[in-house]
Design a binder for this molecule. Sequence first.
Ligand code: AVI
Length: 318
Amino acid sequence: MLKPEMEDGQASLTDPQFRADVLSGLERRPRAIPARWFYDRRGSELFEDITRLPEYYPTRTETGILRDIAADLAARVPEGSALVEFGSGSSTKTPLVIDAVRPSAYVPIDISGDFLRDSARDLSARYPELFVLPFEADFTRTLTLPRTTEASPKLGFFPGSTIGNLIPLAAVDLLRAMRGSLGEGAHLLIGMDRIKDQAVLERAYDDEAGVTAAFNCNLLARINRELDGNIPLDAFRHRAIWNDDRARVEMHLEATKDAAFTVEGRPFTIAAGETIHTENSHKYGPRDARILLRAGGWTPVAEWTDPDGLFAVILAEA
Ligand code: AVI
């Protein structure tokens, strides 16, 4: 069924996987909906806002590290490498790597053609000489990269601690898929957030201005809009909790009162105090990070961090 898209006036189809994940996620106990569904247009804007929050240290810390390591990186990565970015490129981080290693080509890979086209257009405008080859694909699978890059060594780039949004089992699978896609002799440059003081971690995911709360709650608004739901938004609040056993910050939507609602005609109830688990953000100590990479088929060869040890950027070899 074609549904009117309220935000931009364009018709769009609701992703059947979104429907399946929401309905099964609300039925199961504990309730959980995958974090990938945060990123509709509003969610993506809110995430951009999060990256600029004073409490959210990962983005500026990783950017600072990448800026500092340019010369070192250039010395370690083979000349003429093709830069392969997993996920649409960020406006600030990708140029730092391009400026450092001067790649022969840039291959941004994303499942969303929209994000991909935007980032490819921006990068082409900024680097008119660079061969930009956007690749619309699901990078959790092993991919055959564009043939034009066949002869070049590959440098994979996976910044932002996005690996932390996967449970370790899935993170290992993803690292293996990346190794398969990039091939023998490739390098991977990956950002991983470190374990640190619980209060610092929880504040990063529950900021004073309430932007992360809005990001989390936007998922309910999206469900109401795209899946014909009537979830009472005022019956939920944002929670960010450090789970020490699993070394991760968890985001939940907690019911503040008993509530009953329907999604696509299916009835659901939730009691005050119960939650819908919406995101995991795993943090890795130095050894944990290296073990994870090795389990994924990569050998760490260099590691950089900020002076406070908040965040790490690791270079690994296939
Ligand atoms: C995209 N990802 C790495 C972010 C994180 O830190 O886990 C998503 C995020 N969720 C809340 N704040 C930021």
